[in-house]
Design a binder for this molecule. Structure first.
Ligand code: SAH
Length: 397
């Protein structure tokens, strides 16, 4: 049995929890210091001790735990978890039925009723991502539920919390048969090489599927494309398949070069007809300006925070400047794909950063496409912060 603790909700936050707000934050409860055991079951009550909701302790960047139910008699056991998973999988039926795309999210944390856990599907394999030590204590129940619900080749996991020396004896393999990596998945009929057993990332960010699709279908043909913060070059490959005249991928990480070559190669594209550069994006902007290079399509998808030898970048502080750099090397009538996954601000503020960049350069623009998370990354309406992705296609005038 898991330990159970009671937390008293501050009056100001009671209405939120009653309506379905899922995140247990420090400010929202009186005796947060009672949270000691990761994975403990939490009973939220009001000051008078009346039941509000039940959840679990799991400390992650966003808070101290998640609400799971507002029914007092629900037990947080395997059948509870299995019901959540089953409901989530039904909602992804159209993805399972679509042979053109074999990688997508089947369970999206609080958006599917269990914050701290996501499950992605990759061509017959399931990848569990655990975002706190607390949620990891539910592993046996989650794996058993998954085994009851679906056929699979194998199950892998990523522990995306501070391991403090624990659990590291295990590898990422959980059940079924081991994969042969890279695994080749399809997305809108483009191939991507994916690794489920190699560190925190897989090689593709599934939340950008619709953006890659749009670039391929509508914005790439005949264009010169600059992909900054390119990682494994997923946007470059989508553009190349969409008929780009040439792509240039720029990323600081040494591994990005071989990873990008691999993504081109699994699509039968000659990577030598594309530029793949390992360098600081900010140095590249200077280089491009010096050489008077301009691109038809520029993709900007920086991490929320990054530090390189010379520069520290934080999206909330520096997006306007980044955008100005991009504008200066984009052709008139060209398009900038401005993206951020920072949860610390919303779409309105993001549009403000972009507007400011154009104003400061005395240039005009129009927003021609707007994206948030795709439909498999379900968001709970009471928790809009869960929809962290913001992507704008901005056309220079
Ligand atoms: N756009 C990518 C994901 C970007 S992940 C995609 O859709 O797949 C962020 C990447 O930014 C990482 O690969 C990291 O190496 C790179 N990066 C961080 N700071 C950088 C800098 N100053 N210059 C170039 N690349 C940088």
């Amino acid at each position: 049995m898991k330990p159970e603790i009671s937390l008293k909700v501050n009056d100001k936050f009671k209405a939120n929890f009653v309506k379905g707000y899922p995140l247990i934050t420090k400010e929202s409860v009186e005796n947060i210091e009672s949270i000691r055991a990761e994975g403990a079951i939490v009973r939220l009550t009001d000051k008078q001790g009346r039941f509000i909701a039940k959840g679990y302790c799991g400390k992650q960047n966003k808070g101290y735990g998640w609400v799971l139910t507002r029914s007092e008699h629900d037990m947080i056991d395997q059948s509870f978890i299995q019901e959540k998973l089953a409901a989530a999988f039904v909602k992804r039926q159209s993805f399972f039925d679509n042979a053109a795309t074999t990688a997508f999210r089947v369970f999206n944390g609080e958006g599917d009723g269990f914050g701290g856990l996501t499950i992605d599907y990759f061509a017959g394999y399931y990848l569990l991502s655990w975002y706190s030590e607390g949620v990891y204590t539910f592993k046996a129940e989650v794996v058993a539920a998954l085994k009851n619900l679906v056929e699979f080749k194998g199950i892998y996991q990523k522990k995306r919390f501070d391991l403090k020396g624990q659990y590291i004896e295990e590898d990422d393999f959980v059940a079924g048969e081991r994969g042969d990596f890279p695994l080749i998945v399809k997305e809108n009929n483009v191939n991507y090489a994916v690794y489920l057993n190699d560190g925190a990332m897989t090689g593709i960010f599934l939340d950008q599927r619709d953006v890659r699709g749009k670039i391929k279908e509508k914005y790439a043909k005949g264009k010169t494309v600059l992909n900054t913060f390119s990682y494994t070059g997923a946007f470059s490959v989508a553009a190349a398949i969409g008929g780009a005249a040439k792509t240039t991928s720029v990323d600081l990480a040494k591994r990005s070069s071989s990873k990008t070559i691999e993504q081109f190669s699994v699509n039968g594209i000659d990577y030598e007809s594309h530029d793949i550069l390992v360098m600081d994006v900010f140095n590249y902007f200077n280089y491009a300006k010096r050489k008077e290079l301009k691109f038809d399509l520029v993709i900007l998808d920086p991490p929320s925070f990054a530090r390189s030898k010379k520069y520290t970048f934080s999206t909330a502080k520096d997006y306007t400047n980044l955008m100005k750099e991009a504008i200066e090397i984009t052709e008139d009538n060209g398009v900038i794909v401005a993206s951020t996954n920072s949860a610390s601000f919303g779409m309105k503020k993001f549009k403000g950063f972009i507007d400011k960049a154009f104003k400061e350069l005395g240039k005009k623009y129009s927003i021609v496409e707007e994206f948030t998370l795709p439909s498999d990354f379900r968001v709970q309406k009471e928790f809009k912060e869960g929809d962290y992705l913001k992507v704008l296609f901005v056309r220079l005038q």
